[in-house]
Design a protein around this ligand. Structure first.
Ligand code: S3P
Length: 174
Protein backbone atom coordinates (compact mmCIF):
# COMPACT_ATOMS: atom_id res chain seq x y z
CA UNK A 1 0.00 0.00 0.00
CA UNK A 2 1.30 3.42 -0.92
CA UNK A 3 0.65 6.25 1.49
CA UNK A 4 1.87 9.00 -0.81
CA UNK A 5 1.09 9.99 -4.39
CA UNK A 6 3.93 10.37 -6.88
CA UNK A 7 3.24 14.07 -7.28
CA UNK A 8 3.24 14.83 -3.56
CA UNK A 9 6.05 16.54 -1.68
CA UNK A 10 7.82 14.92 1.26
CA UNK A 11 8.51 17.32 4.14
CA UNK A 12 10.83 16.52 7.02
CA UNK A 13 10.11 18.40 10.23
CA UNK A 14 11.68 18.17 13.66
CA UNK A 15 13.77 20.02 16.20
CA UNK A 16 17.14 21.61 15.39
CA UNK A 17 19.72 18.86 15.05
CA UNK A 18 17.17 16.08 14.48
CA UNK A 19 18.91 15.16 11.22
CA UNK A 20 16.43 16.63 8.73
CA UNK A 21 19.11 17.73 6.26
CA UNK A 22 21.27 14.58 6.49
CA UNK A 23 18.31 12.21 6.31
CA UNK A 24 16.64 14.33 3.63
CA UNK A 25 19.66 14.18 1.34
CA UNK A 26 19.99 10.41 1.73
CA UNK A 27 16.25 9.91 1.22
CA UNK A 28 16.24 12.03 -1.92
CA UNK A 29 18.98 9.85 -3.43
CA UNK A 30 17.05 6.66 -2.67
CA UNK A 31 13.81 8.05 -4.09
CA UNK A 32 15.44 9.76 -7.09
CA UNK A 33 13.89 13.04 -6.09
CA UNK A 34 15.54 16.46 -5.85
CA UNK A 35 16.52 17.61 -2.36
CA UNK A 36 15.58 21.07 -1.09
CA UNK A 37 16.81 22.54 2.19
CA UNK A 38 14.59 25.40 3.27
CA UNK A 39 17.22 27.19 5.38
CA UNK A 40 19.59 27.13 2.40
CA UNK A 41 16.83 28.53 0.19
CA UNK A 42 16.21 31.33 2.71
CA UNK A 43 19.93 32.10 2.82
CA UNK A 44 20.08 32.25 -0.98
CA UNK A 45 16.89 34.29 -1.23
CA UNK A 46 18.17 37.03 1.10
CA UNK A 47 21.83 36.45 0.37
CA UNK A 48 22.44 36.28 4.12
CA UNK A 49 23.11 33.51 6.66
CA UNK A 50 20.26 32.60 9.01
CA UNK A 51 22.19 33.94 12.05
CA UNK A 52 22.60 37.35 10.39
CA UNK A 53 18.91 37.47 9.42
CA UNK A 54 17.91 36.82 13.05
CA UNK A 55 20.41 39.35 14.39
CA UNK A 56 19.75 42.13 11.90
CA UNK A 57 16.03 41.72 11.19
CA UNK A 58 14.66 39.67 14.08
CA UNK A 59 12.69 36.45 14.32
CA UNK A 60 9.31 37.72 12.99
CA UNK A 61 11.00 38.84 9.78
CA UNK A 62 12.73 35.46 9.49
CA UNK A 63 9.38 33.67 9.97
CA UNK A 64 7.71 35.81 7.29
CA UNK A 65 10.55 35.02 4.91
CA UNK A 66 10.39 31.33 5.79
CA UNK A 67 6.72 31.19 4.75
CA UNK A 68 7.37 33.19 1.58
CA UNK A 69 10.27 30.93 0.59
CA UNK A 70 8.23 27.80 1.35
CA UNK A 71 5.56 29.12 -1.03
CA UNK A 72 8.16 29.84 -3.71
CA UNK A 73 9.81 26.44 -3.32
CA UNK A 74 6.45 24.71 -3.79
CA UNK A 75 5.59 26.65 -6.90
CA UNK A 76 9.03 26.17 -8.44
CA UNK A 77 9.71 22.49 -7.69
CA UNK A 78 8.12 19.19 -8.63
CA UNK A 79 7.98 16.32 -6.15
CA UNK A 80 11.02 16.69 -3.90
CA UNK A 81 12.29 15.87 -0.44
CA UNK A 82 12.14 19.11 1.55
CA UNK A 83 14.05 19.55 4.81
CA UNK A 84 12.43 22.37 6.78
CA UNK A 85 13.79 24.52 9.61
CA UNK A 86 12.86 23.51 13.16
CA UNK A 87 10.41 26.39 13.51
CA UNK A 88 8.31 25.69 10.40
CA UNK A 89 5.67 24.09 12.62
CA UNK A 90 4.96 27.40 14.40
CA UNK A 91 2.67 28.87 11.77
CA UNK A 92 -0.69 27.56 10.61
CA UNK A 93 -0.03 28.94 7.13
CA UNK A 94 3.04 26.68 6.82
CA UNK A 95 0.94 23.67 7.80
CA UNK A 96 -1.66 24.63 5.18
CA UNK A 97 1.07 24.79 2.53
CA UNK A 98 2.62 21.48 3.59
CA UNK A 99 -0.62 19.56 4.10
CA UNK A 100 -2.05 20.67 0.77
CA UNK A 101 1.04 19.66 -1.21
CA UNK A 102 2.35 16.51 0.40
CA UNK A 103 3.11 14.39 3.45
CA UNK A 104 4.86 15.59 6.59
CA UNK A 105 7.29 13.34 8.47
CA UNK A 106 8.44 14.17 11.99
CA UNK A 107 11.96 13.05 12.81
CA UNK A 108 11.61 12.56 16.54
CA UNK A 109 14.73 12.50 18.68
CA UNK A 110 15.43 12.70 22.37
CA UNK A 111 16.41 16.22 23.44
CA UNK A 112 19.52 14.94 25.31
CA UNK A 113 20.74 13.20 22.14
CA UNK A 114 20.00 16.27 20.03
CA UNK A 115 21.88 18.43 22.48
CA UNK A 116 25.05 16.37 22.05
CA UNK A 117 24.86 16.99 18.31
CA UNK A 118 24.24 20.72 18.38
CA UNK A 119 25.96 22.05 21.49
CA UNK A 120 29.12 23.20 19.72
CA UNK A 121 27.31 24.60 16.71
CA UNK A 122 26.84 28.39 16.78
CA UNK A 123 24.76 28.57 13.62
CA UNK A 124 21.47 28.33 15.52
CA UNK A 125 20.54 31.81 16.71
CA UNK A 126 17.78 30.68 19.07
CA UNK A 127 20.37 28.78 21.10
CA UNK A 128 23.06 31.45 21.20
CA UNK A 129 22.12 32.31 24.79
CA UNK A 130 23.40 31.53 28.28
CA UNK A 131 22.24 28.11 29.40
CA UNK A 132 21.38 27.00 25.89
CA UNK A 133 20.48 23.48 27.02
CA UNK A 134 17.64 24.77 29.19
CA UNK A 135 16.54 27.05 26.37
CA UNK A 136 16.52 24.10 23.94
CA UNK A 137 14.43 22.05 26.39
CA UNK A 138 12.01 24.94 26.83
CA UNK A 139 11.57 25.49 23.07
CA UNK A 140 11.20 21.75 22.50
CA UNK A 141 8.54 21.61 25.23
CA UNK A 142 6.55 24.37 23.52
CA UNK A 143 6.79 22.73 20.12
CA UNK A 144 6.30 19.06 20.95
CA UNK A 145 2.57 19.09 20.21
CA UNK A 146 3.16 20.93 16.94
CA UNK A 147 5.66 18.39 15.62
CA UNK A 148 3.17 15.68 16.48
CA UNK A 149 0.73 17.14 13.93
CA UNK A 150 2.85 15.45 11.23
CA UNK A 151 1.32 12.67 9.12
CA UNK A 152 4.03 10.23 10.24
CA UNK A 153 6.52 10.10 13.09
CA UNK A 154 9.86 8.31 12.95
CA UNK A 155 11.83 7.91 16.17
CA UNK A 156 15.45 8.17 15.24
CA UNK A 157 17.14 7.62 18.62
CA UNK A 158 18.25 4.08 17.88
CA UNK A 159 18.62 4.39 14.12
CA UNK A 160 21.47 5.51 11.88
CA UNK A 161 20.81 7.57 8.75
CA UNK A 162 20.45 4.54 6.50
CA UNK A 163 17.99 2.86 8.87
CA UNK A 164 15.98 6.06 9.20
CA UNK A 165 15.74 6.36 5.43
CA UNK A 166 14.62 2.72 5.15
CA UNK A 167 11.97 3.30 7.80
CA UNK A 168 10.59 6.31 5.94
CA UNK A 169 10.54 4.38 2.66
CA UNK A 170 8.65 1.56 4.33
CA UNK A 171 6.21 3.98 5.91
CA UNK A 172 5.46 5.73 2.65
CA UNK A 173 5.63 2.95 0.11
CA UNK A 174 5.02 -0.44 1.74
C1 S3P B 1 15.14 27.22 13.77
C2 S3P B 1 15.82 26.17 13.23
C3 S3P B 1 16.89 26.35 12.23
C4 S3P B 1 16.70 27.65 11.47
C5 S3P B 1 16.57 28.79 12.42
C6 S3P B 1 15.38 28.63 13.36
C7 S3P B 1 14.10 26.96 14.79
O1 S3P B 1 16.88 25.25 11.32
O2 S3P B 1 15.58 27.60 10.63
O3 S3P B 1 17.75 28.88 13.15
O4 S3P B 1 13.31 27.86 15.10
O5 S3P B 1 14.05 25.81 15.31
P1 S3P B 1 17.36 23.75 11.73
O6 S3P B 1 16.19 23.06 12.33
O7 S3P B 1 17.75 23.16 10.42
O8 S3P B 1 18.50 23.91 12.68
Amino acid sequence: MTRIEENEQIFLVGFMGAGKTTVGKALSVKLHRPFVDLDTEITNYLDSPVTDIFREKGEPFFRDTETEVLKNVLSENGPSVIATGGGIVLRDSNWELMNSSGKVIYLKADIDKIWHRIKKDTSRPLLNVNDAFNEAKKIFGHRKKLYEKADFTVSTDHLNVEQTVKKIQNLLFL
